[in-house]
Design a protein around this ligand. Structure first.
Ligand SMILES: Cc1ncc(COP(=O)(O)O)c(C=O)c1O
Ligand SMILES: N[C@@H](CCCC[NH3+])C(=O)O
Length: 417
């Protein structure tokens, strides 16, 4: 749900901060992602305020939105980064984030991801299997270095969220089972190029109930005690991300302060720096996807379709997770209709909303798909020969292009023909 202070209607037109979305669509075309810089800053500060009493460091999970300007805006506020691959590490470093503020996750890191992380001197690589620990040791040994490593523990806690984004259950591929950790500690004592510095969990995304964190943390605290009694100097205790946002006004997210109240007492006496990896919480509601109504049509069954110029190629969340995104007209209307809002892609799953009451827009008018800042642009693709959209960041009355629209030439540039 948008912050109406940052996305207000002025003279009947939706704005991002001080800039009219109509004007942005005219200047940059559609589909277009428009991000409020101050929304990013406000969310980061709200997170920091909630956990202010705790010795912690926040590493924004760049997988949610890896645009260089988004990363840089947060990094200028003092935030670090959580990256999931060499490619994301490259982005974070390019955006100017210091390696000493970066941690690396990833269930399938390659030797080159690991080498890049170790060479760059990041804070901690989070290992997710025994084989990975051995590989990290080999890579670091070859480099003549010692790698700072955290173990991602799979706490076997099934957080209630969409099944595709729950990650702390033992049915999922993530992390190392608690039951295997004694063996892991024994192995680590033999690995000369690995320094176990942290423990880590991440139980999923868009989690409303803090009890799931509590249940997982209790297990991670047992692991901390076991690691210490095995002689390891654990400095980082990483709780992951997953903090929720409101997509539907009828389903408001649990406030971040509630998570802080529940979690701080559990971890404040660990004698470690607590790491957080929020992604969605920081970026989801910072961005709208602007799209133009190409056609309207009714079929004989009385169904109304609004065909827009953005689709699952720009925002795949409704197709992949049946996610709800609010949709509003950029020019205010005073009458509504029930329609399917669908994209141009040749897939029946290419819709933003079905049977939704929306403003009675006409062809050529603009819609804004809200809460498109997390897992939006980053998951966009060129299926159907679609051009990934441009992105604009607004700060007060200023708008800046932060990503150009793909071109036809880019569609074939890597093909050897
Ligand atoms: C390891 C890890 N950390 C952090 C995140 C960010 O999650 P969210 O965007 O829900 O905060 C994810 C994604 O779920 C993740 O896999
Ligand atoms: N892409 C998912 C979130 C994935 C979280 C990454 N582990 C979404 O849009 O909700």
């Amino acid at each position: 749900m948008l912050d109406s202070n940052l996305f207000p209607y002025c003279d009947g037109t939706l704005h991002c901060e001080g800039v009219s979305l109509e004007k942005l669509a005219e200047e940059y075309g559609t589909p277009l992602f428009v991000t409020s810089r101050n929304s990013l800053i406000n969310q980061y500060r709200a997170f920091e305020k909630a956990f202010a009493g705790l010795d912690h460091f926040t590493c924004y999970s760049v997988k949610a939105n890896f645009n260089l300007h988004v990363i840089r805006t947060l990094s200028e506020e003092g935030c670090g980064c959580d990256v999931n691959s060499g490619g994301e590490l490259f982005r974070a470093l390019q955006a100017g984030v210091e390696p000493g503020k970066i941690i690396m996750a990833g269930v399938g890191k390659t030797a080159s991801d690991i080498e890049y992380g170790v060479k760059s001197g990041i804070v901690m690589l989070k290992a997710e299997s025994v084989s990975e620990l051995r590989l990290v040791n080999d890579v670091a040994g070859r480099l003549g270095m010692k790698a700072s490593v955290g173990i991602r523990v799979n706490p076997n806690v099934t957080a209630e969220t969409h099944p595709y984004i729950t990650t702390g259950d033992s049915k999922e591929k993530f992390g190392i089972d608690e039951a295997d950790l004694d063996e892991v500690f024994d192995l680590l004592k033999t690995l000369e190029h690995v320094d176990l510095t942290g423990l880590d969990m991440h139980i999923g995304s868009q989690i409303f109930d803090a009890n799931f964190y509590e249940a997982a943390l209790e297990k991670l605290l047992d692991v901390l005690a076991a690691a210490r009694s095995a002689g390891f100097d654990i400095r980082y205790f990483d709780i992951g991300g997953g903090f929720p946002v409101t997509y539907e006004p009828q389903k408001p997210a649990t406030p971040i302060g509630h998570f802080a109240e529940k979690l701080i007492p559990l971890v404040e006496k660990t004698g470690t720096t607590i790491l957080f990896e929020p992604g969605r919480f920081i970026v989801a509601n910072s961005t709208v996807l602007l799209t133009k109504v190409l056609y309207r049509k009714q079929n004989h069954a009385g169904k109304e379709f609004v065909i827009v110029d953005a689709g699952m190629t720009e925002l795949i969340r409704p197709a992949l997770y049946q996610s709800y995104h609010e949709i509003v007209a950029v020019s205010q209307h005073n009458s509504v209709m029930v329609a399917d809002i669908v994209g141009p892609v040749c897939e029946s799953g290419d819709f933003f909303a079905r049977e939704r009451t929306v403003d009675r827009v006409k062809e050529g008018e603009m819609l804004a798909v809200l809460s498109a800042g997390a897992y939006g642009s980053v998951m966009s693709n060129n299926y159907n020969g679609r051009l990934r959209p441009a992105e604009v960041m607004v700060d007060g009355d200023n708008a800046k292009l932060i990503r150009k629209r793909d071109s036809f030439e880019q569609l074939i540039q890597n093909e050897v023909f």
